[in-house]
Write a protein that binds this ligand. Structure first.
Ligand SMILES: Nc1nc2c(c(=O)[nH]1)N[C@H]1C(S)=C(S)[C@@H](COP(=O)(O)O)O[C@H]1N2
Ligand SMILES: [Mo]
Length: 362
């Protein structure tokens, strides 16, 4: 596979696949080719026996469901949606360089991709099961992969608020880019929660639960929580953290790469921007002098909900070292903080500081 692997050096087992595209192939196209789509796994990819596969829907429902893949595919109206998936750990490397972060993958800018997802609406599945109580407020998901922690096996899981779960953009997908969902991306069935951190889009989905409270799964209650900069792994009380949902507005320079050495003259600057999906990106500004002066980038695709915005601009630059900077705004006037100091958190999530790239021209 053309992805380059990322290893978590703190784990002793090395069969956990985490990988992203090489930077010269990142965000080249609006739809990311499946073989270039980043992979983020917390455990080994499970072996799924399709003849025994069942999706179970339970909790505060009128009817518990247990469905085969064929029943899922034939029983619900197919829906197709283009959506960007981004890991909450995207851009963690810049945070790590500012102040150490233990035990987390140091993603650069590659933990993001856009695909065409086909499946059914989660809302249609919930309608089939029937929500049985007005106490229902969250929808929990469970995957088939098993995580070993302190000698005990638990499954990967998460939850999302009920109102998001009922929104028409949230899918249970069995196809990616027009093909059967690949095993690494959650075959036979995965959740796609557009606009939310990737962690909520549970792969190898085997369970959906209608719940009163957010899932008690480790990845909802301990992982993927945001804390202020004063909190660290020694003074943390996980109950105080904010469960991450929507992604903040972000923008990234993909080309040229940081530390590039290039010929002076016309320099094309390209990248992506992404908001919470509910708001389109309205404006991307790029600076070639560390943020003193800015120019507007042109958009390479029509702005649309649930996807990234690819952009490009050009500078004519003399020899010397230059700092390129990008920032974006969305239709709700959300923008990005200027410094890494203001986005640093001890788990290294949702870094959306102005993105900076240093280049030297000869
Ligand atoms: N079952 C399961 N689902 C999972 C994960 C996982 O480890 N196990 N990783 C999550 C995280 S953190 C992300 S960012 C996305 C990544 O999806 P991808 O590998 O298809 O890019 O899947 C999410 N769903
Ligand atoms: Mo993630």
């Amino acid at each position: 596979m053309p992805l380059s692997e990322k290893h978590d050096e703190t784990k002793t087992y090395d069969d956990i696949l985490n990988a992203g595209p090489p930077l010269n192939q990142l965000a080249k196209e609006f739809i990311t080719p499946t073989e270039l789509f980043f992979v983020r796994n917390h455990a080994s990819i499970p072996a799924v026996d399709l003849s025994n596969y069942r999706l179970v829907v339970n909790g505060l429902v009128s009817r518990e469901l247990s469905l085969t893949l064929d029943e899922i595919k034939s029983g619900f109206e197919p829906q197709t949606l283009i959506a960007t998936l981004q890991c909450a750990g995207n851009r963690r490397k810049e945070l790590v360089d500012y102040k150490p972060i233990d035990d987390q993958l140091a993603w650069g800018i590659e933990a993001i991709g856009t695909a065409t997802w086909t499946g059914l609406r989660l809302g249609d599945m919930l309608k089939a099961a029937g929500i049985a109580s007005d106490r229902a407020a969250h929808i929990g998901f469970l995957g088939l992969d098993g995580i070993m922690r302190d000698g005990e096996r638990s499954s990967y899981g998460s939850s999302i608020p009920l109102d998001k779960a009922l929104a028409c953009e949230v899918l249970l997908a069995y196809q990616m880019n027009g093909q059967d969902l690949p095993l690494a991306h959650g075959s036979p069935l995965r959740v796609i929660v557009p606009g939310y951190i990737g962690a909520r889009s549970v792969k190898w989905l085997c369970g959906i639960s209608v719940l009163e409270d957010p899932s008690d799964n480790y990845f909802q209650q301990v992982g993927y929580k945001l804390f202020p900069p004063s909190i660290n792994m020694y003074n943390v009380n996980y109950a105080d953290g904010m469960q991450l949902t929507k992604l903040p507005v972000n923008s990234v320079i993909v080309q040229p790469e940081d530390r590039s050495l290039m010929a002076a003259g016309k320099i094309a600057v390209e990248g992506y921007a992404m908001s919470d999906g509910e708001h389109e990106i309205t404006w991307v500004s790029v600076s070639a002098d560390g943020g003193e002066t800015w120019q507007r980038a042109e958009f390479l695709n029509e702005p649309q909900l649930w996807t990234w915005q690819l952009w490009r601009t050009e500078f004519d630059l003399p020899s010397g070292t230059h700092e390129l900077v990008v920032r974006a705004w969305d239709t709700a006037a959300n923008s990005q903080p200027e410094t890494i100091a203001s986005t640093w958190n001890f788990k290294g999530y949702v870094n959306n500081a102005w993105h900076r790239v240093r280049i030297t021209l000869k």
